[in-house]
Design a protein around this ligand. Structure first.
Ligand SMILES: Cc1cc2nc3c(=O)[nH]c(=O)nc-3n(C[C@H](O)[C@H](O)[C@H](O)COP(=O)(O)OP(=O)(O)OC[C@H]3O[C@@H](n4cnc5c(N)ncnc54)[C@H](O)[C@@H]3O)c2cc1C
Length: 469
């Protein structure tokens, strides 16, 4: 234990802190890794220390210690963030929240629960299911991501249209500020008492405060969930029928519509063929049956062809499998690092007015062609406005050049989305990956965000550099 951390180790307990060579290499990088497009260096650095707090008081102690020592704090949940929001610097303390994982209360009658921020989402959902409830927030990364990380990124899951984002589910929480002060907001479904303080800490990637526990709206397990898969003749027709389905007032519990492009494939994907739609409804039997009656009528207009039921069952059963690619296969090396060694793989997730989606698709594909980057999938998820484009390029002779080429193409595609009236990212946040685009995104609003940061954290202790702050 380095001498400068011995006082902290004494206060917390030696098993709650690691320094120097005892720091596990996995803390160098979250899930924003070398196979993504970027001009930033591809390897990470060790933080000065990793701390595993057990209580809110521990978090306050560490924050105060860091501020006094001129170190920064990087909150860490499951480390599954895709934008480098949990990436440490050499003078930071990583605060791994996963020992703070208690469920503090479940109120079955009010559909609400309170849990510590380090609980893994799947563990929380399992606890809720024992009481007839479900979490609602169901990202691909549910088996590894934590409540605090989902709040920090304001993530969205498969049921995002029906249940909202993680932030939408939050009723109130407990947060530790940069000076160690603990703030508790009143858990309420609605309040007209001025500034909604909790919004300051939703989606702000730990730059304004560290969430230690949250009270959230959860949901009764639906009586029925019914998902079907369809092949759609072409993307524009499928999109048009989806827009009608939402305009009809239906609230899909699952919607995933993607076209894939022919070409060399990634090991886990099939490419080409007609666009595929997975659509599902949840609720009482009557609601689900009525929803399907309306939706099927709309889908007929797009000449949708039903797949056998096992296609949708398999999709649903395997929906979280991809996150295991983020598990370590050797110290500091994930399965994805190994699988994607020969590729630069990246994606953009923008929100756009539906009227602009086809124009965006055309210009996105043209931009990729110009930069020698291949599109592998274009789709909408949870609702028609939420658009993703996945891209791939072989590493070839020069890895740095390939990463930079993909980064340049991605930046251009994002700027196109902004020009069309969209926002640059709807799900994964900004982290360090998109920090350089925050002026394009916020304009003069970035200065407002910086003033808020300065008011709450003038020394820049909390997660500096993320979100362009
Ligand atoms: C294969 C894969 C699939 C994914 N699918 C989805 C998806 O479907 N939907 C989705 O939303 N995301 C998805 N993600 C991204 C990621 O899982 C989410 O961003 C998730 O919410 C991050 O949770 P985490 O606990 O791993 O947070 P981390 O990655 O550890 O942290 C994320 C950010 O939150 C901050 N943070 C962490 N804990 C706290 C806290 N207690 N207080 C304040 N700030 C905190 C961190 O500093 C960081 O800035 C996916 C990622 C992968 C690798």
């Amino acid at each position: 234990m380095g001498a400068r951390f011995s006082e902290l180790a004494e206060r917390l307990g030696a098993d709650q802190i690691a320094t120097d060579s005892a720091i596990p290499p996995r803390y160098r990088l979250d899930a924003f890794r070398a196979h993504r497009g970027s001009r930033l260096p591809e390897g990470g650095v060790d933080p000065a220390a990793v701390v595993w707090p057990r209580s809110t008081e521990d978090v306050s102690i560490v924050v105060r210690f860091a501020a006094a020592a001129g170190l920064s704090i990087v909150p860490w949940g499951g480390g599954t963030g895709l934008m480098g929001g949990a990436r440490p610097s050499a003078d930071s303390i990583v605060l791994d929240m996963r020992r703070m994982r208690r469920v503090l209360s479940i109120d079955r009658a009010s559909n609400r629960a309170t849990a510590e921020a380090g609980i893994v989402l799947e563990a929380l959902d399992r606890r809720l299911r024992k009481r007839g409830l479900t979490l609602g927030h169901d990202p691909w990364s549910r088996p590894r991501a934590t409540l605090g990380g989902a709040i920090g990124t304001n993530g969205i899951g498969y049921a995002g249209y029906l249940r909202g984002t993680m932030g939408d589910q939050i009723l109130g929480f407990e947060v530790v500020l940069a000076d160690g002060t603990v703030v508790r907001t009143r858990p309420a479904v609605r309040s007209t008492t001025g500034l909604d303080l909790k919004r300051l800490f939703i989606g702000t990637e730990g730059t304004l405060g560290i969430v230690t526990s949250a009270t959230l709206r959860v949901f009764p397990i639906p009586e029925r969930e019914e998902i079907h898969a369809f092949a759609i003749r072409d993307f524009p027709r499928g999109l048009a029928s989806l827009v009608r389905i939402y305009d009809d007032g239906l609230t899909p519990a699952v919607m995933d519509f993607e076209e894939t492009f022919p070409g060399p494939s990634l090991p886990w994907r099939s490419e080409g063929g007609p666009p595929i739609l997975y659509l599902g409804f949840a609720g009482s039997r009557e609601v689900v049956a009525a929803s399907w009656r309306v939706a099927r009528r709309r889908l007929r207009a797009a000449a949708a062809q039903s797949f056998p039921d096992r296609e949708a069952r398999e999709y649903w059963r395997t929906r979280h499998d991809i996150i295991y690619a983020h598990d370590e296969v050797a110290p500091g090396v994930t399965r994805a690092d190994v699988r994607l060694k020969e590729f630069i793989f990246d994606y953009v997730h923008v929100a756009l007015p539906t009227s602009k989606i086809l124009a965006y698709r055309r210009s996105g594909l043209a931009i990729l062609r110009r930069h020698g980057v291949r599109p592998i999938g274009f789709g909408v998820w949870t609702q028609p406005e939420l658009v993703s484009l996945e891209v791939l390029r072989s590493v070839g002779q020069d890895r740095t050049a390939a990463r930079a080429a993909v980064a340049t193409a991605v930046d251009e595609i994002i700027r196109r989305a902004l020009a069309l009236g969209g926002t640059m990212e709807y799900v994964h946040g900004v982290g360090v990956k998109l920090a350089h685009l925050m002026t394009d995104e916020l304009g003069t609003g970035l200065e407002v965000a910086r003033r808020v940061k300065a008011a709450l954290d003038s020394a820049g202790t909390l997660n500096p550099g993320k979100l362009g702050l």
